[in-house]
Design a protein around this ligand. Structure first.
Ligand SMILES: C[S@@+](CC[C@H](N)C(=O)[O-])C[C@H]1O[C@@H](n2cnc3c(N)ncnc32)[C@H](O)[C@@H]1O
Length: 225
């Protein structure tokens, strides 16, 4: 799958949730997502945050008033364009086109890093390994990363069954056909790849208020001081 073309096309969707693949999310779900990010990353006012796979910039917009600076990066130039319109007038967010596997950020730049629902769009395990090394490189010593919402291969059939029950059968079929193109790495494999990049890693469940919680898990990474 050519994810760059896929996400560039999404950028012209009718609203920002749809443009970032959050079309099924309601407002309480989004607010719970933000709360979970703040809690897991232990965000503070002085923090520099990298938001990788920022999409239309909704999470950057929500968090920027509470942080020192946000470096928002996305693979899709069209989504970065949409994010720059959303963030017009916000002066502590830097937007850049870039890839999680080769971040356009300098070494030890950020206290915290977020990549929400991004890892699954990498092609293979070696790309994930590159991404982990990039996370380790751009984090300051003692920094923390949240690679959130990774699809769990043990829950794939459960998820497919839920999608099949949707009223819009054509949309359900399209979504199921995309599942083969996502990267479904087991928790243990992600923990090993993180350790190989020198990061301490743990798995966290996703809050039950967030609709994807039943088939996805969060990965939390820490760089030693
Ligand atoms: C499901 S959306 C999530 C957007 C946003 N993080 C959120 O949670 O609302 C995935 C985003 O990741 C971006 N993306 C996909 N692969 C990427 C990569 N290798 N590097 C950086 N961004 C990527 C897509 O363009 C898209 O904006």
């Amino acid at each position: 799958m050519d994810w760059l073309t896929f996400w560039d096309a999404k950028a012209s969707a009718g609203n920002d949730f749809q443009a970032t693949g959050r079309g099924l999310m309601d407002v309480p779900g989004y607010l719970n997502t933000v709360a979970e990010i703040v809690r897991i990353l232990d965000l503070h006012q002085g923090d520099h945050l990298a938001d990788i796979g920022c999409g239309a910039g909704l999470i950057a917009m929500t968090l920027a008033p509470w942080l020192k600076r946000v470096y928002a990066v996305d693979l899709s130039p069209a989504l970065i364009e949409r994010a720059s319109k959303n963030l017009a007038g916000v002066n502590n967010v830097d937007l850049k086109v870039g890839n999680l596997t080769e971040l356009p950020l300098t070494d030890a730049l950020v206290d915290k890093l977020l990549a929400y629902s991004v890892l699954q769009y990498l092609a293979d395990e070696s790309n994930v390994s590159q991404a982990m090394h990039e996370v380790a490189r751009v984090l300051k010593p003692g920094g923390r990363a949240l690679l959130a919402a990774n699809p769990d291969p043990t829950q794939r059939l459960v998820y497919e069954a839920v999608v099949r029950q949707r009223a819009d059968q054509a949309a359900a079929a399209r979504e199921i056909s995309l599942l083969d193109d996502l990267l479904w790495l087991p928790e243990a494999q992600l923990l090993e790849l993180a350790a190989a990049a020198g990061l301490k890693a743990r798995i966290e469940p996703i809050d039950a208020c967030i609709w994807q919680h039943f088939y996805m898990f969060d990965l939390v990474l820490e760089k030693s001081k």
